[in-house]
Design a protein around this ligand. Structure first.
Ligand SMILES: Cc1cc2nc3c(=O)[nH]c(=O)nc-3n(C[C@H](O)[C@H](O)[C@H](O)COP(=O)(O)OP(=O)(O)OC[C@H]3O[C@@H](n4cnc5c(N)ncnc54)[C@H](O)[C@@H]3O)c2cc1C
Length: 434
């Protein structure tokens, strides 16, 4: 008999996390946020923040107080002299994009979707692609947060460079962030193109060319197919050119059907993916749109995902190993692998800390087995010194985290100062941050 789910069960996007917060708070002012922390201090309660629950790791999990800043959204101001926007931390990225655009500015880069809150996206190290562009949090120049003592603290990169490199990727462990100051640039348009290349060429000759010759380049490989699809985005002054209806149907419907069938009938995966490739043009007609509209795509099919960062110069070797694993007998995951690049940075807990990086993301349709396959894939990432995306599925241990992040001990020290009672803790964070 299946057990009934309690009425107050909270689920994340893919459904792999389910928990029951005692109370969900939706403050609409900084005073209300301070009050939540003060009450928690007095009552010895724990507080976790949630954006849009798009992370797979148990970062938002709590059986105590869950705080959503859904009622605390919007761009407060744009300082065009310094090109810095001040944004409420609960603002969803799609709303942020629209409000910035209305003021003639934009973020320099974004990821695949725009459903996340700006806080949730930045604080897990969310990234897009672009060999000369950092993860999203590199754009953060200042924050206002409520620490575990209930104090309202303001940090800015000019006065507090270390604090900023700690908070940029901080998993909600240093406090409840209320305001974020973000570097912006004049609004711009991007030209998107896709090319289908034989894997040989794509990976031996063209990959490095693509990643350096385009502002943004990423690739998708449908397991078992002989081709790789490269997607590039470059600055453009051209008129808006929407995608063809056929491409939209392909991306939003046909791919989803093929992926769902491949998960249901793993043995059909090779044939399905090769059929899928037959629909993809050798070279797309190309589309042009404003940056905030062209970066995000629709992700209607729910999936579980793991993503690792490896040193940029190792991307080809790492990909070859992944491809061999996917081709090995009985390996039943058929969902495409996505490859991207980002510039290295100095953020203490950024997977791109100190190294230009490549990212590989692997997926399985939600509801289908993934753990064995992901464990085998993770073993490959580990061989390449891989560091996981903090928001996506991984089994990184505390010892591994210390080996990867030279400043983790400093981060833990700052957490002790900021939140000595670990009000903002949960089982996962308390296990990692010691
Ligand atoms: C379909 C899909 C596509 C994705 N695409 C990409 C991609 O292209 N690139 C990429 O890198 N990642 C991607 N991700 C991962 C995603 O960007 C991250 O998991 C991100 O953290 C989710 O944002 P969120 O608002 O849902 O945050 P949540 O998952 O709700 O929270 C993430 C963390 O932020 C903390 N937090 C939230 N608000 C606050 C606050 N106000 N103060 C302090 N801490 C706070 C939470 O406590 C938690 O630790 C994708 C995820 C999905 C489901």
């Amino acid at each position: 008999m299946t057990q009934a789910t309690p009425a107050n069960t909270y689920r994340n996007w893919s459904g792999n996390l389910q928990f029951s917060p005692q109370h969900i708070a939706k403050p609409d002012s900084i005073e209300a946020m301070v009050d939540i922390v003060q009450q928690a201090r007095k009552q010895g309660r724990k507080v976790r923040m949630v954006g849009t629950a798009h992370s797979w790791m148990p970062l938002i999990e709590t059986n105590d107080v869950l705080v959503s800043l859904d009622n605390w959204q919007g761009v407060e101001s744009v300082d065009k002299n310094n090109m810095v926007a001040t944004v409420r931390a609960g603002t969803k990225l799609h709303r942020l994009g629209e409000e910035l655009f209305a003021q003639g500015v934009a973020l320099a880069n974004m990821g695949d979707i725009a459903e996340q809150s700006i806080a949730g996206a930045f604080f897990t190290g969310t990234h897009g692609t672009g060999a000369e562009l950092g993860i999203l949090a590199t754009q953060l120049v200042g924050v206002t947060l409520i620490n575990g003592l209930g104090d309202v603290i303001t940090w800015h990169e000019d006065e507090h460079p270390d604090m900023m490199n700690a908070v940029r990727v901080s998993l909600g462990a240093l406090g409840m962030v209320a305001m974020m100051q973000v570097r912006v640039m004049p609004a711009y348009k991007l030209h998107e193109k896709q090319v289908r290349l034989p894997m040989r060429d794509a990976h031996r000759q063209r990959g490095d060319f693509y990643k350096t010759e385009h502002r943004h380049a990423e690739f998708f490989w449908f397991p078992h197919s002989q081709d790789v699809v490269f997607k590039t985005l470059n600055l453009s002054e051209d008129d808006i050119k929407p995608p063809r209806t056929f491409d939209l149907i392909l991306e939003n419907r046909v791919v989803n059907i093929i992926m769902a069938l491949g998960a249901r009938f793993p043995a059909w995966g090779a044939r399905l993916n090769k059929t899928m490739m037959g629909f993809v043009d050798k070279e797309s007609m190309g589309t042009v749109n404003h940056a905030h509209q062209i970066f995000p795509t629709q992700r209607r099919l729910r999936f579980n995902e793991m993503e690792y960062n490896v040193p940029a110069e190792q991307w080809q070797a790492c990909f070859d190993d992944l491809r061999d694993l996917y081709h090995s007998k009985g390996f039943g995951v058929n969902f495409p692998i996505e490859g991207r690049w980002v510039q290295g940075d100095a953020i203490w807990l950024s997977p791109a800390y100190g190294r230009d990086s490549a990212y590989f993301a692997v997926h399985q349709v939600a509801g289908y087995p993934y753990k064995d396959a992901f464990a085998q894939i993770e073993a490959i990432f580990r061989r390449y010194g891989g560091r996981p995306h903090w928001g996506k599925l991984n089994t990184m241990t505390r010892a591994e985290a210390h080996a990867h992040y030279a400043r983790l001990t400093d981060f833990i020290g700052l957490r002790e100062e900021s939140d000595p009672q670990h009000i903002f803790g949960n089982a996962y964070l308390d296990g990692m941050l010691v």
